[in-house]
Write a protein that binds this ligand. Structure first.
Ligand code: FEO
Ligand code: CA
Ligand code: CA
Ligand code: CA
Length: 677
């Protein structure tokens, strides 16, 4: 008779202590290794990365600031596979770069030129390290490695041609000198969270793209009387400033000029300048992981904002698909897209995923969330059939494309709830509930009287300046994780219930005001950001991107086994405004975690953010991204490696040079078990 296997205990590992070391710490019995870092070559003929600022050819290398990531299996004979556990592709976002003033200083020999104009050679490197990479990884002789010469390796940069798809395709708002028909645009930018469609394609969210564009000091005048000024300002485009990196100053070629979106042409529709160029960024973009001949498609029906992840609700045959999304800026919104087409399970095996994407992601309804103080909420449709949108005085929407391009204005029109920076969302495979990281919000203020500051509300209830909660009452520096349960219509529901799974906090903080989830020293965290449920184990992985707790610990990853909406208690927070007026805010705190349901699993090197997570279908290899280690280095210290705040992963023996590099790590369990057991 077979000997029964011992029952695996999830979260059976010993928790990792907080750490300020320049290394990746994982529990006893686990191994973590860097396998794919900034600059690593993606073709056989690309030179090894010297990592001293002299490297070129970044279109054929790993990009910078690894962020969201998804796994796409490959069979032994190189075909798409949903079951392979030893060979696959990773789709990896390359969000941004480590910069001070304009220059990405670790990319350039002398730290780069931060004054204007920026040299073309530096701009060309910087545009190439943004975007997305697809890279083959495999387990060979028991060890994971990336495959330098794989024919699947592919880069998308912020200059790669892409299709606009859905309502905005061909619309007046998409017409540019590059695409007079408004059907195409170039590049994907500031790619942050990711998602995987039920038909096995990759989706990436474009987040802080607005800052990469600029406008002349007179552009408001050139646009006077146009509603475009309202839209530009709502998305953070002010006139007369250099863009984040000053790429518009790289030269007279189109690839530089397009970053200046001033109205300079004489056409009435924008076909002779780049006045509409920024309308080509800010979407969920779908990519075929396996077929390099396919252009990426920007799925404009899902709205335009500072996108993070896109989480698909569990598909149900004969029902529409739901996609959950957040807009990560202070006081922005939570969104849901619901497809017109009902799910056909045969599409899970699509051999042409982007055609399947056309079916589900180009036609549907876009909703924004409103949270009520009684623990309920509703999804409000963003369309001209909604009277509040049709009658909105601040901005006159022309059509659904206009609503998609200007989702934030549409959310304003319907009174959506302004949130504490919605980062990643993920759907709990056990019960379909939707989890959102609300990372932090410096604009939450007990004394707010309007404008950019907001008083706390039930879904965003905390406002304390520091992690102790002792003094002033502005800011939510630690963030929380909200969760929602759809009403009886499931993916198409117009109502939901909600509570707060966890309030991030320091263990020593006041349990009545700040540490509302009673986190212990093995659980305390700040600024949850990356969030993903493991399909294999059901573990909820929580990753942090913190500015408030880094005096105590580097950023981290925790493993949770959550319950469900409504399993905790109602709590009232009693504030007193500086003028003596009381302010009572009720909220709903999920069941407090125990030592068996929440544990710190990993702490990263100095200056990093933990983000991105992907795993093999057996749950035995977990890929995680270490973003911008050493970001806290002063650019002036570029010549002196001893003054870098991090030398990871070089200090583990990975690669050449001492400059810190964003990288993908793989985590395995030494006994061959599943990650998190
Ligand atoms: Fe790219 Fe909101 O994190
Ligand atoms: Ca993020
Ligand atoms: Ca963040
Ligand atoms: Ca970051």
């Amino acid at each position: 008779p077979e000997v029964p296997k011992p029952v695996e205990k999830l979260l059976g590992f010993a928790p990792v202590a907080k750490s300020l070391l320049d290394s990746v710490i994982v529990p006893v019995g686990y191994t973590a290794s860097a396998i794919y870092a900034l600059g690593d070559p993606l073709t056989a003929s690309t030179a090894a990365y010297r990592n001293d600022g002299t490297d070129t050819d970044y279109e054929n290398r790993a990009g910078d600031h690894h962020d969201g990531m998804e796994w796409f299996g490959l069979s032994a004979d190189g075909k798409a596979s949903l079951t392979s556990v030893e060979r696959g592709l990773l789709g990896v976002n390359h969000e941004a770069t480590t910069n001070e003033k304009q220059a990405s200083f670790f990319l350039h020999a002398n730290g780069g030129t931060s004054s204007l104009p920026r040299p073309a050679s530096e701009v060309d490197k910087e545009t190439a390290i943004h975007g997305v990479s697809f890279v083959e990884v495999r387990k060979a002789n028991g060890k994971w490695e990336y495959v330098k010469d794989s024919s699947f390796n592919r880069r998308f940069t912020c200059l790669t041609e892409m299709e606009l798809s859905g309502p905005v395709r061909g619309n007046a708002l998409a017409i540019t000198k590059y695409s007079a028909t408004g059907q195409k645009t170039r590049g994907t930018l500031n790619n942050c969270g990711t998602g995987k469609t039920p038909w096995n394609s990759f989706v990436t969210g474009e987040e802080n793209w607005a800052g990469y564009f600029t406008r002349n000091a007179t552009d408001d005048t050139a646009r006077v009387g146009e509603k475009s000024i309202v839209a530009l300002k709502r998305y953070g485009s002010s006139q007369g400033l250099p863009s984040r990196h000053g790429w518009e100053t790289g030269g007279t070629e189109d690839k530089y000029v397009r970053w200046n979106i001033s109205k300079t042409g004489s056409s009435t529709n924008g076909s002779d300048d780049y006045r509409n160029e920024m309308n080509g960024m800010g979407y969920i973009v779908e990519m075929d992981a396996y077929d390099k001949t396919k252009l990426a498609k920007k799925r404009t029906a899902l709205g335009r904002f500072a996108h993070e992840s896109a989480a698909f609700g569990k598909p149900v045959a004969g029902k529409p698909l739901a996609v959950y999304m957040g807009d990560d800026s202070r006081n922005e919104y939570i969104y849901k897209y619901v497809s017109t087409a009902n799910w056909d399970a045969a599409d899970a095996n699509s051999t042409n995923p982007l055609a399947t994407g056309d079916k589900y992601l180009d036609s549907g309804k876009l909703y924004v969330a409103q949270f009520n103080a009684d623990g309920s909420g509703k999804w409000i449709e963003l369309s001209l059939s909604n009277a509040q949108i049709a009658a909105y005085a601040n901005y006159k929407f022309a059509d659904q494309a206009d609503i998609c391009v200007n989702s934030r204005l549409a959310g304003d029109a319907v009174g959506a709830t302004k949130m504490d920076r919605p980062e990643w969302c993920s759907v709990n495979p056990a019960n379909g509930e939707i989890y959102y990281s609300l990372t932090n919000n410096s604009n939450r203020n007990v004394n707010a009287t309007g404008s950019s500051q907001l008083v706390p509300d039930s879904a965003n209830p905390r406002a304390y300046t520091d992690m102790k909660g002792t003094t002033a009452q502005n800011g939510n520096p630690n963030g929380h994780i909200l969760r929602m349960k759809e009403g009886t219509d499931g993916s198409a529901a117009l109502t939901f219930t909600w509570d707060v799974y966890l309030f991030a906090a320091e263990a020593s903080a006041d349990a009545g005001k700040i540490n509302l989830s009673s986190l212990t020293n093995d659980q305390d965290m700040s600024s949850p950001d990356g969030l993903a449920f493991s399909p294999a184990t059901g573990i909820c992985w929580i990753q942090t991107d913190d500015g408030a707790f880094t005096d105590v610990t580097n950023c981290m990853m925790l493993a949770g086994l959550p319950g469900q909406v409504g399993d905790g208690e109602k709590v009232t927070l009693n504030y007193t405004k500086t003028d003596g007026t009381p302010l009572a805010v009720t909220t709903y705190v999920g069941k407090k975690p125990t030592a068996d349901t929440l544990k710190r699993f990993l702490v990263g090197p100095v200056g990093c953010e933990l983000t991105g997570i992907a795993e093999t279908p057996d749950g035995k290899a977990l890929f995680v991204n270490i973003q911008h280690p050493g970001e806290t280095t002063a650019a002036a210290n570029i010549a002196d490696p001893t003054k870098y705040t991090s030398q990871w992963p070089a200090n583990t023996g990975y690669g050449l040079g001492k400059r810190p590099r964003s990288a993908t790590i793989v985590i395995t369990k030494n006994d061959g078990g599943r990650i998190g057991s």
